[in-house]
Design a binder for this molecule. Structure first.
Ligand code: NAP
Length: 306
């Protein structure tokens, strides 16, 4: 295990930033934490929750003396934030992030990373539909993957130090290229969110079915989509603006598969439907076998509460 970082600067104290703060307090990884958020309100709440040792309205002040700097803000905010901190980044510091898209981070943050620092973009595949400084908890990253996409020339010892930081929170770490990350996540995360947002929007526009019926009978599957669709709009706007090519690629494939289903339903082709649903069920079993979700019925919800 690498030795803990001396000072971690958390820029952004929402769900992910505050969860990192709690995880450091619970499991170690850094001797001290400095925190920055955009609004005075978030800084005030973060101070109440003792998410950091020092709090700064100016991000450049927060990164002074930090050997690990983590951008925990929406993807679209990372470039300007990196420009703002650039002159204050110390020699040998690691700059990383937690953004859900990686190619755009390399493009927007990369030019502002001083030559005396190291740039290792990252993405913990862990989250909830909650946001803000009160949403975080120390266990968020346990048994979840964290993907790192280091830029060429980064010393292995620095990559290992960041890997160990995440492993300390119970994460498993994988290193891959930024472009590959964006393609994989377009399928596993971005497309499902788009489908959820669109399904909820479709239901909201229905005239023959009342809003109260949609809410009343939502346990038939719709409820789970509404949970995903309640995720932070700023974060998700930035994901789709910044992972355009990969999402459009996956959306194209999805639309083709949807047309196959549509045709099978129209022509009463039960075999096609059955085979596709059986394949899907196998994927779900694989996710459970890999420990990425519970095998309990209905995601382990209390059946009395539905
Ligand atoms: P969040 O709860 O909405 O928190 C965002 C934080 O960023 C807030 O502290 C906010 O400050 C700050 N912020 C926003 N714009 C800023 C700016 N221009 N300059 C400085 N600070 C700014 O969001 P989150 O869920 O933690 O997401 C943060 C990042 O993690 C995103 O890039 C997202 O893609 C990624 N991520 C999210 C999840 C998830 O499930 N939520 C999972 C993995 C990765 P104020 O509160 O003061 O506005």
């Amino acid at each position: 295990m690498s030795k803990p970082f001396e000072k971690v600067a958390l820029l952004g104290l929402g769900l992910i930033g505050s969860s990192i703060a709690h995880a450091i307090r619970a499991y170690g990884g850094a001797r001290s934490i400095s925190g920055h958020a955009k609004s005075a309100e978030t800084l005030k709440v973060a101070a109440e929750l003792k998410l950091a040792d020092t709090f700064h309205a100016d991000p450049a002040e927060a990164v002074k003396g930090a050997d690990l700097i983590i951008l925990c803000v929406p993807v679209g905010a990372c470039g300007p934030l990196a420009a703002a901190i650039s002159p204050a980044v110390g020699a040998g510091a690691i700059i990383t992030d937690v953004g859900s898209v990686k190619g755009a981070i390399v493009r927007d943050v990369g030019p502002h990373v001083p030559s005396h620092a190291h740039f290792i973009p990252g993405h913990p595949i862990a989250g909830t539909e909650q946001s803000g400084p009160r949403a975080g908890f120390a266990e968020l990253f346990q048994n979840r993957w964290c993907i790192l996409t280091p830029v060429a020339g980064t010393p292995q010892e620095r990559i290992t130090a960041l890997e160990d930081f995440w492993k300390g929170f119970g994460s498993r770490v994988e290193v891959m290229g930024a472009e590959h990350h964006d393609l994989v996540l377009a399928m596993t995360s971005h497309l499902p969110h788009l489908i959820a947002y669109n399904s909820v929007a479709t239901a909201a526009d229905l005239e023959e079915v009342t809003q109260s019926e949609v809410i009343k009978f939502s346990a038939g599957g719709f409820r789970d989509l509404t949970r995903i669709a309640s995720s932070d709009p700023t974060m998700w706007r930035d994901v789709f603006l910044n992972n355009k090519d990969a999402v459009l690629e996956m959306l194209g494939r999805f639309t083709e598969e949807l047309a196959v289903l549509q045709r099978a339903i129209r022509w009463g082709d039960g075999e096609t439907l059955f085979n596709l649903f059986s394949r899907a069920r196998e994927i779900r079993r694989g996710i459970i076998a890999a420990g990425q979700d519970t095998a309990a019925p209905n995601f382990g919800r209390d059946p009395r509460k539905g």
